[in-house]
Design a protein around this ligand. Structure first.
Ligand code: GDP
Ligand code: IMO
Ligand code: MG
Length: 433
């Protein structure tokens, strides 16, 4: 029996989906615990690329049971589309027998999408995430558990419709919600998903009692955490370890491993400070070579060098038991690699992440330089990973300067390396034995 948590250690898009798919091969359950379809997780299996927004990345393993946990905000129409797409591609209907929605998860409605559509400041994904979490915290949210009762509660429908419309009007949004429309939406959600709404916390607890393996799949990353990230340029949920078990309704004592997913450089999509951002040829090189375009919105991701200040913060918050380094291959071919070990801002030197957004905006990175390593083709990296795993060669399979780069990260953070990603494919991961 084990519970393993997979978390993004930076600003999201570190490659969480890929590792969840790999580890799901040995898991009985994969559960999401926060966020919604702001997430975009990619799994590549040979010629097939699967992009997932709500469905846990363990969906690729037929024997895995899947949970959309208590702490999530779920857009039922997006979930329906994602399930339809999955059915078209595989013929399988996961919600028939292995996908369960927590009765405590909150529902994203059209109202929330409309309000999120106004954002200009944060650069949100526009999926209604923030407004749905706001309603949750304001205690006016709608949970899956309540649907079956309120569906015929005309007072509730009328009250919520007027609340939504008052807010829409105050925001100068000219679309309004009608009582009939809201009632129809609730009926649709009930008919479409009623059969799959469960007390998923209890299901997981029972699974753990039966010594089954559970993977908790984080979305976003530590620097997007509402409390521990670069506030206000963050998402609206707790993306970190402390919420992994809470967000699925089991206690933290179950956690055995916490794998921090670390991209070998740094990316960020949306607005907000990013001290190591490269607005030069190297930045463009990383964007192009790493195909750094958002899985959810298609936006170009901002790129920069690896930031140890960020990772130290992330490790303090999450207590990683190991690190999965991803996209090392993308750095291949660069003559010199830089790693940020501190910032200078307003005459002060920082070696820990400052909370002030102004300090972060003014932060000048302090870099150490390391020699680069040769670039290989995608196929060469894939072959190298397969051979390394067959021979259990681990780190030694890599070019010497790539080994030194990884060892440097391991040393600076004091966390052992779990694996090294050298390509998008499921097999392009060197496991450290
Ligand atoms: P997630 O949100 O953390 O699951 O990450 P995304 O899927 O949004 O973004 C990661 C992107 O990098 C995807 O296109 C992956 O297919 C790709 N990827 C993951 N690991 C690697 C790797 O080791 N090397 C390369 N070149 N691509 C990778
Ligand atoms: P995955 O799980 C990268 C960013 C948005 C924006 C901010 C707030 O694929 O790593 P939101 O819509 O959540 O209110 O937007 O957070 N963001 C992500 N960036 N990866 C993600 O998810 C993200 N989810 C949200 O770009 O800056
Ligand atoms: Mg992503």
């Amino acid at each position: 029996m084990s519970t393993t948590v997979i978390l993004g250690a930076q600003w999201g898009d570190e490659g969480k989906g890929k590792l969840v798919d790999v580890l799901a091969g040995n898991s009985d359950w994969v559960a999401r615990f926060q966020g919604g379809n702001n997430a975009g997780h990619t799994v590549v299996i040979g010629e097939r690329t699967i992009k997932l927004h709500l469905l846990p990345s363990g969906i690729t393993r037929e024997s895995c049971q899947l949970i959309l946990g208590d702490g999530m905000v779920i857009d039922p129409w997006v979930l329906d589309q994602e399930l339809e797409r999955w059915k078209d591609e595989t013929g399988e209907v996961p919600d028939k027998n292995r996908l369960f929605i927590s009765d405590r998860a909150h529902i994203i409605l059209k109202f929330h999408r409309l309000v999120d559509g106004l954002d200009k400041k944060i650069g949100t994904t526009g999926r209604g995430i923030g407004p749905t979490y706001s309603d949750k915290i304001n205690r006016v949210g709608l949970r899956f558990a309540d649907i079956k009762h309120i569906i015929n509660d005309n007072d509730w429908i009328s009250e919520m419709t007027s609340l939504y419309n008052r807010i829409l009007k105050s925001l100068d949004i000219d679309q309004m919600i009608s009582e009939l429309e809201l009632k129809k939406d609730l009926e649709w959600i009930h008919n479409r998903f009623g059969h799959t709404i469960k007390n998923t916390g209890l299901m997981l607890d029972n699974a753990l009692k039966m010594k089954q393996n559970v993977l908790l799949e984080g979305a976003q990353g530590c620097l997007l955490d509402i409390d521990q990230g670069t506030y206000p340029y963050v998402t609206s949920s707790v993306t970190s370890r402390a919420n992994a078990t809470h967000g699925v309704g089991i206690h933290p004592g179950h956690i055995e491993d916490v794998i921090g997913i670390v991209k070998a450089y740094t990316t960020r999509v949306g607005h907000g400070p990013f001290p190591c951002e490269l607005k030069d040829d190297v930045g463009d090189y990383l964007t192009e070579k790493g195909h750094e375009f958002g899985t959810t919105t298609g936006r170009r991701r901002r790129c920069g060098w690896l930031d140890i200040v960020v990772l130290k913060h992330s490790h303090r918050v999450n207590g990683f038991t190991s690190l999965a380094i991803t996209k090392l291959d993308v750095l291949g071919g660069l003559e010199t690699l830089k790693v940020c070990v501190g910032y200078k801002a307003n005459g002060v030197e920082y070696h820990n992440l400052p909370a002030s957004i102004t300090d972060l905006e003014n932060a000048e990175p302090i870099y150490v330089e390391m020699p680069g390593f040769p670039g290989l083709s995608d196929q060469e990296w894939l072959d190298l990973a397969r051979k390394a795993n067959k021979e259990k060669a681990g780190l030694s399979a890599l070019p010497i300067n790539a080994q030194k780069y990884i060892q440097q990260i391991e040393k600076m953070l004091g966390v052992p390396i779990h694996s090294i990603g050298v390509g998008p494919d499921r097999d392009a991961t060197i496991h450290i034995f």
